[in-house]
Design a protein around this ligand. Structure first.
Ligand code: NAD
Ligand code: TYD
Length: 355
């Protein structure tokens, strides 16, 4: 099976590429990524020499580049992750979110439709366009309730609106053209290789550098956290077994108020970060102005994927957080090079053939 993974140099994408390359030595895994500020080939060092792995640097909005990769590698299935993914950036500058998340998804869908219509399907090789989306398309919950696949779309940020728009296009391509699509809605991910602008890695990096830990508003907003490895296994399951035209919610029943989570991270760092300039770390917590349109609470009901595909999250939060903190402490160079953009040179040195 030949699989295209878009956004495979990002946080979830790099974990997913590594998972797929290792688990399926007989597949061809092609990573298609523009390498924006969030894409980093250094996150893929563990697989870069693998025979079944290929990297193509290109933009999902570039029709010709997308058509070329689909035909060159005879792509059977697509796991579409490429996106602008950070809510705060979408508030500051929504345009790139619309371009990449909506128009880019349209280009991917249209190219897949053309590519698959021009080649005979091979029996036993599955064709799927898996659109990796977010629970944020459902908007915000109050103190009670959970998001199910039947919850109405009610996105509140430019980011979630652009992901919702992409989901609607995916649905339309299934209904109108019978394109074999599936959508997943996952809750907040954490784990290794996450860009230190999202809550957990930002707090870890700021804390060990003795910088303020900015908590938005009253810190009582709730997020439902899942380890990225559990998410990757869910995507693998949906790719192979998800029913076409369906949506699957993915989460690990793990709701935390932001302030409680930040204090927990501080307590872990108090134990394990000997070199921190400021201890205890929670002395660095600073309440700051709230995010505009800040969703109050997310909570995901994953009973459908559990019962239909036998998937469940396996990584407990305490263990997952500890291993993530340890990973960042052991990979400070990765963070520094990511922030400075230094790894971009690594691309031109190592992937000249794809340029
Ligand atoms: P990320 O920002 O870490 O990575 C995005 C990747 O997409 C980067 O490698 C970037 O270079 C690439 N990219 C961006 N624009 C591109 C373009 N025009 N063409 C080609 N590549 C491009 O994001 P992430 O956190 O890994 O999220 C991946 C996907 O999962 C996104 O679609 C996001 O909406 C979704 N998602 C994320 C979370 C989460 O908690 N992070 C939760 C649910 C769903
Ligand atoms: P984030 O990691 O940006 O994910 P999302 O907004 O997609 O859920 O933020 C998670 C939560 O943490 C969210 O409620 C906003 C809050 N937050 C802070 O309080 N301070 C910060 O510096 C950041 C980045 C987020």
């Amino acid at each position: 099976m030949n699989i295209l993974i878009t956004g495979g140099a990002g946080f979830i994408g790099s974990n997913l590429v590594a998972h797929m390359v290792r688990k399926y030595p007989d597949y061809t895994i092609v990573n298609f990524d523009k390498l924006t500020y969030a894409g980093n080939l250094e996150s893929l060092k563990s697989v870069e020499g693998a025979k079944n792995y290929h990297f193509v640097k290109a933009d999902i909005c570039d029709k010709a580049a997308v058509a070329k990769v689909l035909s060159e590698f005879k792509i059977d299935s697509i796991m579409h992750l490429a996106a602008e993914s950070h809510v705060d950036r979408s508030i500051l500058g929504p345009e790139e979110f619309l371009n990449t998340n909506m128009h880019g998804t349209f280009v991917m869908l249209e190219a897949a439709r053309k590519h698959w219509s021009e080649s005979e399907p091979i029996e036993a090789i599955r064709r799927v366009f898996l659109n990796v989306s977010t629970d944020e398309v459902y908007g915000s919950l109050g103190a009670v309730g959970t998001f199910t696949e039947a919850s109405p779309y009610a996105p509140n940020s430019p980011y979630s609106a652009s992901k919702a728009g992409a989901d609607h296009l995916v649905r339309a391509y299934f209904k109108t053209y019978a394109l074999p699509t599936v959508i997943t809605h996952c809750s907040n991910n954490y784990g290794p290789y996450q860009f230190p602008e999202k809550l957990i890695p930002l707090m870890i990096m700021n804390a060990i550098e003795g910088k303020d830990l900015p908590v938005y508003g009253d810190g009582l907003n709730v997020r439902d956290w899942i380890h990225v490895d559990d998410h990757c296994k869910a995507l693998d399951g949906v790719l192979h077994q998800g029913r076409l035209g369906e949506t699957y919610n993915v989460g690990s029943d793990n709701e935390w108020e932001n302030i409680r989570l930040v204090r927990t991270l501080c307590a872990i760092l108090d134990e394990v970060s000997e070199a921190s300039p400021v201890k205890p770390h929670d002395g660095l917590i600073k309440y700051v102005k709230d995010r505009p349109g800040h969703d109050q609470r997310y909570s995901i009901d994953s009973s459908k994927i559990k019962s239909e595909l036998g998937w469940e999250a396996l990584i407990g939060f305490e263990a997952g957080l500890r291993s993530t903190v340890k990973w960042y402490l052991e990979n400070l160079g990765w963070c520094q090079r990511l922030r400075s953009g230094e790894y971009k040179d690594y691309y031109s040195e190592n992937y000249k053939d794809n340029a």
